[in-house]
Structures are given as C-alpha cells and as structure tokens.
Design a protein around this ligand. Structure first.
Ligand code: G3P
Length: 218
C-alpha cells in the first residue's frame, strides 16, 4: 500500500519526503486553512517536494465553476502530470470528474461514505476515490470498524467490475486505521504527519534498542 501525506504544511511534507516513503500528497480547504496559506500560494511548492500525485481541491459548488477552477490550477502548475483535481461527491463534482477524466486530467473524488458513492465516482473515471475511514467510524460508533468495512466493500466492487480507480483511505486518525486500510485492500492511505511518525513506534522496538545499546557498552 502506498503512503500519501495528508497536509498542506510544507515543512511536514519536506520532513516526510526525506523519509523516502511518501508517494503523494493530499490537501483540502481545511488543511489549507490550517497551513495559513492559499492553494495558489502553496501548490507549486508542494509539486517540487514530492514526485507523485498532488491533490488540490476545488472550492466551487457548481460544475461550470469547478471545471474552470480545475483548468486554472492545471495552467498555474504548467500542466504538471502529477496535479490531481480533488472534487466533492456531488452531482456537479461527479460531472466535472467525467469531463476532466476524458481530458486525461487526474481526479480524486472526495467525501465518499458509501459503496453507492464510490460506484458513481469510479463510473465517472476518477483516478482516485477517497473514502473517509475516521469520519465513518465517528458516525457509526455502535458498529465494529465501519470505516474498514467500507474500504473492503468498495475494493470488492472495484475488483469485481475491473474499475481502474485507486482507493485512497482518507480521514486516518491512528495507525490502527492504516493497518485496517491495508488489510481491507486500499491502494493508498493518506496519512497525517503525526500518524506517520506513530507508525515507526513499537514498545518492543524501543526495548530492543535499549538491550542492544546496553550490550554494546559491555
Ligand atoms: O483526506 C481527508 C482528511 O483530511 C479528512 O480528515 O480528520 O478531517 O476527517 P478528517
């Protein structure tokens, strides 16, 4: 499973990229606001930090405006083949996805919470689809790991019908989500930087390091 980083903070992207395990970046308007920068200001810099798909989300609601903004982003980034237009799971978002896909522009349909929505996005030719694990788990608290089940069900439909869209497990809150996403067949997990750092940790690794360090002192 590939790892993308879910942030618009360039310092985090740089640090994660140096680890050598990052294959792409996803951003959204909330992450932009958190970084204190605008999409136009930051997107070219991000394209220079990671060699892989970089998702930039449109902020418009109707398809004409989404389509126009998508092309503005593509032009601003000089038709960089890694630029990926992130679109919401709405009739206008899916319509825009169909149009951009036909033009060979990479797309990522976001805010996916059901198999039905995933089918619509895959039929529209989305390069990536983003089911939100953490938010589904928050929403259906009485069920066992509903976020993981959503990824597994979408993956089953994807394989059954041979859809080419890649599944990005999004809204990852902890390393348990990363492991569940991998076991459920996600192609990619987009992960906040603090969770990427947690993935390195294990109590037995810490203890093992201490045992080796003590031994080498003797
Ligand atoms: O990739 C989507 C993600 O950023 C949403 O995460 O934590 O706001 O549910 P969250």
């Amino acid at each position: 499973m590939k790892i993308f980083i879910d942030t618009a903070i360039t310092e985090e992207i740089k640090e994660a990229a140096d680890l050598g395990i990052i294959s792409g970046v996803t951003t959204n308007p909330s992450l932009m606001a958190k970084s204190g920068r605008t999409l136009n200001d930051v997107i070219t810099e991000i394209l220079g930090l990671v060699e892989g798909p970089i998702s930039a989300e449109v902020e418009e609601a109707d398809w004409e405006s989404m389509y126009k903004q998508a092309h503005e982003i593509v032009e601003m980034t000089h038709n960089n083949p890694n630029i990926t237009i992130k679109l919401p799971m709405t009739p206008d978002g899916v319509r825009t996805c169909t149009m951009l896909s036909k033009e060979g522009i990479k797309t990522n349909v976001t805010l996916i919470f059901s198999v039905s929505q995933a089918i619509l996005a895959m039929e529209a030719g989305a390069t990536f689809i983003s089911p939100f694990m953490g938010r589904v788990d928050d929403f259906l608290q009485s069920e066992i790991a509903p976020g993981a089940r959503l990824i597994k069900d979408i993956n089953r439909v994807k394989e059954q019908y041979g859809y080419s869209s890649q599944i990005i497990a999004a809204s990852i809150r902890n390393k348990g989500h990363v492991e569940q996403a991998a076991l459920a067949g996600a192609d990619i997990a987009t992960i906040p930087f603090k969770v990427i750092k947690q993935m390195y940790e294990h109590e037995l690794t810490t203890r093992g390091l201490k045992i080796f360090a003590d031994a080498s002192k003797k």
